[in-house]
Design a protein around this ligand. Structure first.
Ligand code: UTP
Length: 473
């Protein structure tokens, strides 16, 4: 008996160096065999062959091209004086006009596995808020609601999921009444997957007898998912010009910040990126740079130490512009990129991937054993004719939840959001009690009350005071 009765499939697997999967199929019957065969048939074996042949080291290091600092003409730094403030005011007007005319779609990247956080379920369902326990999805949804109320534009919300977290994400949106948003305005798009391969042999791993060890194909998978699901066409039909992308794990994300949208529009950019100043040369952030003259993000692991440490005459880092993975992308640019198949580079990383060994026993590896492949959204930058990079204040916009503890964890994100809200209140003339270390008491402000600090002034009742932990609903 051939692989599931399919000699063609067996031949293709052997040719791709994945003959072990044909033998795995031979060992299964009935529905289990059908399930595994369906997964195998969905694989792009030619691509996997190419990726496995291209494996040279453990993780991929090195950028093919000459790295130079970003072009200052394409960088909008934080305002340093009245002229810059005027510049940002004009940008805000342009961004607000785009929002008012319904020219924007918000896209939340939520297809990741969240392995470092170790939360059982989609990261968007992580109850991060200190007082209300509200989830990341609920918090971001409130921002979308506030933007719609303020600007009146349709602002459809696309949420990128992956096969592993799509069902629980969908269920959560249903159960929570789409967090108060019109159901048809929240559109889930499922990204593709790629199999993990054994680091030594390049063989595709299975994590169950009838299941390949598949993981999402990286946030770069957004573009093909938007194209293949018809979302890009839908956006064009609905008059949407610009996609705003943000990540589920950054509660501080300033969704559709008008100044950013405006700088993007006024620059006539295909793609815009938000950056913050790196805190140290060693900080693990990708930086905006030029590679062979084109705007690109160079990952921290790809930036040679000598460049990472390089400083200008004032002592500031030359490669200072750490990307916080917030972008504006023109719909037309995304369509051009995806027509005829998207070609973002594949990155690979060595990971611990539970799998079945040759005897069919499940192995929980203690050390990295497998290679995963991913594409990154920022790798679309070099294909853009025009880009713009906009600096943001880290304390206002960026504090991601990556790890369970320590840096970039729920504790640091809560702290940073709390500090931000306390600053807003204080700027609105409301004193906030602080402990002996200067940390404010917990204050939670619903984005529908204030999307940004100045909104608070008109939103608080006369005599409003904070005397202890406070929720401003
Ligand atoms: P990260 O690369 O930080 O990964 O994703 P992660 O999946 O959240 O966590 P780890 O690495 O497994 O611990 C950054 C953002 O990109 C999204 C994530 O959901 C997160 O919002 N993402 C990542 C996708 O949407 N798809 C992917 O394939 C990968």
């Amino acid at each position: 008996m051939s692989a599931g009765g399919d000699t063609g499939l067996r031949e293709r697997l052997e040719e791709a160096g994945q003959g072990h999967l044909a033998r795995a199929l031979d060992g299964l019957e009935g529905e289990a065999r059908d399930r595994l065969r369906a997964e195998i048939e969905a694989l792009d074996l030619a691509l996997i062959r190419r990726l496995v042949d291209g494996l040279v080291g453990d993780d991929d290091h090195g950028v093919a091209g000459e790295i130079a600092p970003p072009d200052p003409a394409g960088v909008i730094a934080l305002p340093r004086g009245p002229e810059d403030e005027e510049r940002d005011r004009r940008a805000r007007e342009a961004g607000e006009a785009l929002l008012r005319e319904g020219g924007v779609a918000a896209v939340l990247l939520a297809g990741g596995q969240g392995t470092r956080l170790g939360y059982d379920g989609p990261k968007g369902l992580y109850p991060f808020a200190p007082l209300t326990g509200r989830t990341l999805f609920s918090h971001h949804a409130a921002k979308i609601a506030a933007l719609r109320a303020r600007y009146g534009g349709a602002l459809p919300w696309y949420v990128l999921t992956s096969p592993a977290n799509d069902a629980p994400t969908r269920a959560a949106f249903e159960e929570n009444d789409h967090y108060g948003l019109a159901p048809e305005s929240v559109r889930l798009v499922v990204q593709g997957t790629l199999p993990a391969v054994d680091a030594a042999s390049g063989e595709i791993l299975r994590d169950a007898p009838d299941h390949l060890a598949l993981s999402p194909d990286g946030h770069g998978g957004l573009l093909s998912a938007l194209a293949s699901s018809g979302a890009l066409e839908e956006m064009s039909r609905e008059g949407i010009r610009t996609i705003f992308t943000f990540q589920v794990d950054n509660p501080l994300a300033r969704v559709c910040r008008p100044e950013l949208l405006g700088h993007h529009v006024l620059a006539g950019a295909d793609m815009a990126s938000v950056v913050v100043r790196k805190l140290t040369a060693e900080e693990k952030m990708g930086v905006i740079a030029r590679v062979d003259g084109r705007t690109a993000v160079v990952e921290y692991s790809d930036l040679p130490d000598a460049l990472a440490q390089q400083r200008d005459a004032e002592g500031a880092l030359v490669y200072w512009a750490g990307s916080i993975a917030v972008h504006c992308i023109e719909v037309d640019f995304a369509r051009r990129l995806t027509e005829g198949g998207l070609r973002l580079p594949y990155h690979h990383a060595l990971k611990k991937v539970p799998h079945l060994d040759a005897d069919g026993r499940r192995v929980e590896p203690g050390a990295p054993n497998a290679v995963k492949f991913e594409t990154f959204l920022f790798d679309a930058l070099p294909s853009a004719d025009r880009t713009v990079t906009v600096e943001a204040a880290r304390e206002d916009e960026f504090s991601p939840i990556k790890n369970a503890e320590g840096s970039d964890s729920p504790a640091t994100a809560r702290r940073d959001l709390n500090r931000l809200h306390a600053r807003w209140l204080e700027a609105a003339g409301v004193p906030v009690p602080r402990d002996s270390g200067g940390e404010p008491v917990d204050v939670e402000i619903d984005p529908r009350v204030a999307l940004e600090g100045p909104d608070l002034a008109g939103a608080l009742p006369p005599g409003f005071a904070v005397t202890g932990p406070t929720v401003i609903p």
